[in-house]
Design a protein around this ligand. Structure first.
Ligand code: ZN
Ligand code: ZN
Length: 266
């Protein structure tokens, strides 16, 4: 019924509890999840999750916050993206939140790494999982410049303005909402969620981070994605079933275009 479009199941605090988490997901009708890769060294673990479970998928990419990580090449990303169960390139993007002493000019390495990911996505015809924080204008610029609209993807854990959402939608991207949508101080984000067409919305946990209300501050798991969906249902004034159905169909449309839809065989 529900899909968690972005989780870090390979993180130590989650992978140690995998059987328990998978059971909790089934109990909460969270049928599938996309396990996100953040470094090339992590890829093997993320990929093993997807290979070992028909309801888990994975991505390949190097997170913009992983400053000291092994740099990918377009060729290395394309080769890993061609492996079974790898359905996306990312997470990639730009994050200027932790600039510290540095200026935006010092983050050229991040922009270059992001460009490589967009090129790899185009070369492998796989959608992008985009992370953007305090860097929306440059994120949109790189996507335009590298013709990211040719593959599309998702702006995950969206916390930007309606204008940024508009620009992302115009590039053919989906917008994914996380537990932040449930936070008390997130009225502006809820206005953005009201504005994004439902057929371009996804839901995610970004677990183990960002547990939705009323679990805020706890270790998050994909089993909590219905709490995000419920808040989206409230914002949209629609039944939860409709949100579940549409976000699940959106996930399949974006990430699984070559996988037959189970509903078509029933
Ligand atoms: Zn992220
Ligand atoms: Zn993430």
């Amino acid at each position: 019924m529900f899909v968690d479009s972005h989780c870090h199941l390979s993180s130590p605090e989650l992978i140690a509890r995998l059987p328990e988490i998978r059971a909790a997901m089934r109990a909460a009708s969270v049928d599938q999840a996309l396990c996100i890769c953040t470094t090339l060294d992590e890829f093997e673990r993320v990929h093993a999750l997807a290979l070992g479970d028909a309801d888990l998928w994975c991505s390949v990419g190097v997170h913009p916050d992983e400053e000291d990580a092994r740099e990918p090449t377009v060729e290395s990303l394309v080769a890993l993206a061609a492996l079974p169960r790898v359905v996306a390139i990312g997470e990639t993007g730009l994050d200027y939140y932790r600039l510290g002493e540095r200026s935006v000019a010092d983050m050229a390495w991040q922009r270059e790494r992001f460009r490589l990911h967009v090129r790899a996505a185009r070369a492998s015809s796989k959608p992008l999982v985009v992370h953007t924080r305090s860097a929306s204008a440059d994120t949109i610029d790189v996507l335009r410049d590298e013709q990211g609209d040719a593959v599309g993807g998702v702006f995950h854990c969206f916390t930007e303005t309606a204008a940024v959402a508009r620009a992302a939608l115009d590039l053919g991207f989906f917008i994914s909402f996380s537990g932040i949508l449930t936070f008390r101080n997130a009225d502006e984000l809820r206005e953005v969620a009201a504005f994004v067409p439902l057929d371009r919305c996804l839901v995610e946990t970004d677990s183990p981070y960002l547990a939705p209300m009323p679990l805020r501050g706890k270790v998050n798991t994909p089993a909590n994605v219905p709490l995000v969906a419920a808040r989206l249902a409230e914002v949209k004034g629609l039944p939860l079933e409709r949100i579940a159905e549409t976000t699940t169909a959106n996930f399949a449309r974006l990430f699984l275009p070559t996988v037959p839809r189970s509903s078509s065989v029933s």
